[in-house]
Structure formats: C-alpha cells, structure tokens
Design a protein around this ligand. Structure first.
Ligand code: FE
Length: 175
C-alpha cells in the first residue's frame, strides 16, 4: 500500500524525530557518569574532593573519583614490565603484583588476579548500556577499571585497570 506523499513525509518526519530524541537521550544517559560519592562507600576515607584534586592529576581524579576511563595505549603502565607492586594511587593499598600482569593487547594494564583477597572489590556496573563488573579499591572506594571472564590461566580473569588509578612501586632488590 502506498501512502499519499504528504502522509509519507509526515511519517518520515515523525520517525526522524523519534530516532533523534532516542539518540539524544542515549547520549545524555551515556555521558552521565554520576560523581560517585566514594566516601559514602567507605566512610573512613575523609579526604575532601578539593584535597584530592590538589594531589592527583586531573586524569587520576577523573578515573578514580568519577569512574572515568583513560584512552587505551596511553597510560603509564599498559606496556610496563618491571617487577614490583601496583598500589592504589589514592590510598596506597596493594592492588596488583607484576607477577600476575599479562599482555592482553587491550591497551590497559591487565592482571589475572588481585594482589590479595581483600583490597579489590567487585560490583555490577550497568552504565553505558553494558553490564560489567566494576573493580574498586576496597580501602578508599576509588574506581580502578573492570574485570572480565576472558583472562588467562590460572584464574581465567582479566582485571583491566586504568594506569591512572595505579602507582607502581618497584621491588626493592636489596631486601
Ligand atoms: Fe585506594
């Protein structure tokens, strides 16, 4: 059945408006990263945002406090192979060891396990239209990245971490 010209124009017009509104809504939803009150996750963490901004770089603040993501292949540690400990850039907690680091090819530092059972928390993240497992520092609540079930043995996990949330501490060979 062929619609009269005027009617098909108005159907087209309406469909475009619906699609555009949908795209705008999706974009706004995706861009909306709630400034997560990490201190609410961990009331022990008393440092104010102003203090954190003073001692972190803008990217470190964006990643750890606003759940941001650094661009792949740009961070300090994606291609870093020294022996030592990767600590939380905010609170210094031990998060990942160089022993569990592997080259995932994804452009972010990747580890198959956390340094211990207590310092890395996992929670479901449904932002950006995806369901992922977010990882955070359990001591201070800082956002670290996500963990995926496509890692190597022995755990089969890939902790995909932003360099901006880490501070590497080389192993002291004299000890
Ligand atoms: Fe921390």
């Amino acid at each position: 059945m062929k619609l009269p010209f005027r009617k098909s124009v108005s159907v087209l017009w309406m469909s475009s408006v619906v699609i555009i509104l949908g795209l705008v809504a999706y974009t706004l939803f995706s861009l909306y990263t709630p400034a997560m009150p990490n201190k609410m996750q961990n009331p022990d963490m008393q440092e104010s945002d102003d203090d954190l901004r003073d001692r972190l770089t803008p990217e470190q603040f964006y990643v750890t406090q606003q759940k941001g993501t650094e661009a792949p292949f740009t961070g300090e540690y994606w291609n870093h192979h020294e022996t030592g400990m990767y600590r939380c850039v905010v609170c210094g907690a031990e998060l990942f060891t160089s022993q569990s680091k592997f080259d995932s090819g994804c452009g972010w530092p990747s580890f198959y396990e956390a340094a211990n059972d207590t310092n890395v928390d996992t929670q479901t993240d449904t932002s950006h239209g995806m369901v992922r497992d977010e990882i955070t520092c359990s001591k201070c609540g800082s956002h670290l990245g996500h963990v995926f079930p496509d890692g190597p043995k022995p755990t089969g996990l890939r902790y995909c971490v932003n360099s901006a949330s880490l501070k590497f501490e080389p192993k002291d060979e004299s000890k």
